[in-house]
Design a protein around this ligand. Structure first.
Ligand SMILES: CC(C)C[C@H](N)C(=O)N1CCC[C@H]1C(=O)O
Length: 693
């Protein structure tokens, strides 16, 4: 260890107690996350509008890609820990990654196959194949290097630099979120540009090209730091050894299942006859941590719903922030923004304060609190949903019909519907009515989804004896025959001025459209062209504008992000500090695997969840996480923190001593030696594992 620390010191300059090499690693992470999240931000739109896929296919391929990105870390970690080492793995896989990004950018150049120059690609197959190859390479690259970069950063710190290493993981997380925040703002703007050689189209190639360039920058920065890094050597095909050792322990235990054989402390001890005790101890460390990870995907299941359920929730809310109008999916940027503020606050204020109060806020306690905060976030989401539900229109149930009675005449009329009392409908008035008997076929018009959040629906009903043409400065909505209605059209929300025209005569009608609203405008028979027609048009709200403000989502974002800081930043560092030296990247991959499983659970839940009330689904998720959190805290209570470096050093020392011993006492019975070693090993192991949760 001293030799290794010496190596570290000799390699890199130290600035304020931190090795300078760390600078290159965090800048690399910043650029890489910019590249990844930037490309991801426009991916679904690329599928839909460039490749012309339907929503279902676009969504499935998108989620499969994201899940793959969190599965490939296992591959990268195995290659790094067993074969190439972290440094070379990062270099090689970054090249694969950059090639993938370039392939995506090229696949989005429509001119390549647009021989008739009409602005659309002639051979979609070329673009689809190239982009799928690109995505596969990106998933391999981003996932492959992710556990290696985090663990490689951790490797740069010596035995007694725990505090600095913890700060490194916080800064590392800040870089992840700084990069992602910047790119999710920039790439949609790049996509909105128009570009092309023969014809101008939305510039997906630029939106993918800039992330590709950032990946090249990430690689160059990482290579520049090359001379300063401490590069731990890979120790042979460790994963194969691990698998064989576990397999042997299970087989050996099964062979000796009879009561006549004495029990061993741990089932892995059944591998002692054949395998190195150091390896067995290292496997025990890894298994202990992996076991602890079992409940963790639930946190990510809730976390990942920011991008789905919470964004859909935002579509039913009012995004008007004065000078700024926020799109529902833009609300997600609140997460990285809060990360950038909360990580420093936690590190420099909250944690030291808790320590000052004499509380031992261990990593596993932090993770537990993080989970609880995520559950609180979902309770907040449920409360917001209840508010929204109060403002939503009442749609007819399956046994009901919705009618809208419109009196176009100039006298009031009496309306009698079967099974209902008679009602008097005044002239030029509309009466919305849900009828329990099925007079007309069950039908309800609902406007769901947000192809564009800024668009609202409207239609006109003409109560005049002459045909009326309706237009705005930007569009003509056509002629409406007397006593007839137009189809629904879309218009941007905000103020709109309609021109109503009959022959050469016209008048103007202005109104304000709120987010998510839909209107039927009724033109009275009394309208006089040439004068102000404001009073001769009645606006009937088919769907009320969204009235619950998007700012109400901020508390839920705050809690989920505070939870993420406690859970994820701590988990990242915990996975490093508790891993044996030869399996650091493997445990990082195990940690990322919990993110992948969490994503899969979201996919399954989205398919299976049949809870009619959204707020109830939020409460269900919050309760599930609390239940999982209780299980996790019990598991964490029994977990004993270890110092892998110390354990490994003790084992190495003892093995050396035994070698010396064996040389001096040849012919000692092997069985006895195994027994004695086993007892000693347990002692060493127990000594180094003392702290509880
Ligand atoms: C979704 C945000 C842009 C990023 C998020 N706060 C985050 O940092 N992560 C989500 C999964 C793990 C981690 C990451 O490494 O990207």
């Amino acid at each position: 260890q001293e030799w290794e620390d010496g190596q570290r010191k000799g390699k890199s300059k130290v600035v304020c107690g931190y090795p300078l090499s760390i600078f290159f690693i965090v800048v690399n992470e910043f650029c890489e996350r910019f590249s990844y999240y930037g490309m991801r931000a426009v991916l679904v739109l690329y599928f839909k509008y460039f490749l012309r896929w339907d929503d279902d296919l676009a969504t499935s391929i998108y989620h499969t890609f994201v899940a793959l990105c969190y599965l490939t870390p296992i591959l990268g970690a195995i290659v790094a820990d067993s074969w190439l080492g972290k440094f070379k793995t990062i270099i090689y896989l970054s090249i694969v990654y950059a090639v993938g990004q370039v392939a995506m950018a090229v696949s989005a150049i429509h001119d390549i196959t647009d021989s008739d120059r009409d602005g659309t690609p002639d051979s979609m197959t070329f673009h689809i194949v190239l982009s799928m190859v690109g995505l596969f390479l990106i998933a391999l690259g981003t996932g492959g290097i992710k556990p290696c970069v985090a663990a490689f950063g951790g490797d740069q710190f010596g035995e007694h630099q725990d505090r600095q290493r913890r700060t490194f993981f916080s800064v590392f997380y800040l870089c992840i979120n700084g990069g992602s925040l910047l790119s999710t703002i920039i790439t949609p703007v790049l996509r909105a540009q128009e570009c092309g050689i023969y014809s101008k189209q939305k510039c997906y190639s630029l939106a993918f090209g800039v992330p590709a360039a950032l990946m090249v920058v990430a690689l160059v920065v990482f290579i520049i730091g090359s001379g300063m890094y401490y590069k731990a050597e890979p120790q042979g095909n460790i994963m194969l050894d691990v698998c064989k050792c576990i397999g042997f322990a299970i087989k050996n235990r099964y062979r000796h299942r009879s009561k006549q054989y004495p029990k061993r402390q741990h089932w892995m001890d059944w591998a002692e006859e054949k395998y190195d005790k150091l390896l067995i101890a290292q496997i025990k460390m890894v298994l202990k941590v992996l076991f602890l990870y079992i409940p963790l995907p639930m946190f990510w299941t809730l976390f990942d719903q920011k991008g789905s359920r919470w964004t859909l929730q935002a579509t039913t809310m009012d995004g008007n922030f004065g000078a700024l109008v926020i799109q529902p999916d833009q609300m997600q940027t609140v997460n990285p923004i809060l990360i950038l503020t909360l990580v420093p606050i936690m590190d420099s204020l909250i944690y030291p304060l808790i320590k000052k109060c004499g509380l031992n806020f261990t990593p596993l306690k932090r993770m537990t609190v993080g989970m609880l905060l995520a559950a609180i976030a979902f309770v907040c989401a449920a409360l917001v949903q209840i508010q929204i539900d109060k403002t939503l229109p009442t749609f007819p149930s399956t046994s009901q019909s919705q009618l809208k009675l419109l009196n176009m005449g100039s006298n009031s009329v009496t309306v009698k519907l079967p099974g209902n009392d008679a009602l008097i409908l005044p002239a030029a008035q509309v009466y919305p009515f849900i009828n329990n008997s099925e007079i007309v076929e069950n039908q309800a018009i609902t406007f769901v989804g947000f192809t564009d959040y800024f668009l609202v629906y409207f239609r006109f009903v003409n109560g005049m004896k002459t045909a009326v043409n309706v237009s705005t400065a930007a569009a003509d909505f056509g002629l409406i025959e007397p006593f007839y209605y137009s189809n629904y059209s879309q218009i941007k929300n905000g103020k709109a001025t309609f021109t109503l025209r009959s022959g050469s005569q016209s008048c103007e009608y202005s109104t304000n459209f709120g987010f998510g609203s839909s209107y039927t405008f009724f033109i009275h028979s009394t309208l006089v062209f040439g004068s102000n027609c404001q009073d001769s048009v009645t606006a009937v709200e088919d769907i009320k504008p969204n009235s619950v403000h998007m700012a109400l989502q901020i508390p839920q974002y705050f809690f989920i992000t505070a939870g993420e800081v406690m859970f994820s930043v701590t988990g990242l560092e915990f996975s490093y500090s508790q891993a044996p030296s030869n399996m650091k990247a493997v445990l990082q991959a195990g940690w990322l695997f919990t993110v992948a499983i969490g994503n899969f659970i979201v996919l399954i839940v989205a398919e299976l969840a049949k809870i009619p009330k959204q707020w109830a689904e939020y409460v269900l998720f919050a309760s599930l996480l609390v239940a999982v959190c209780v299980i996790f805290s019990i598991m964490a209570y029994f977990y004993t923190y270890i110092d892998p470096t110390e354990i490994e050093a003790q084992f190495k020392k003892k093995i050396n001593e035994d070698d010396e011993d064996d040389k001096s006492k040849p012919g000692k019975a092997e069985v006895e030696m195994v027994k004695r070693d086993s007892i000693k090993c347990h002692d060493e192991y127990d000594k180094a594992t003392q702290t509880k949760m």
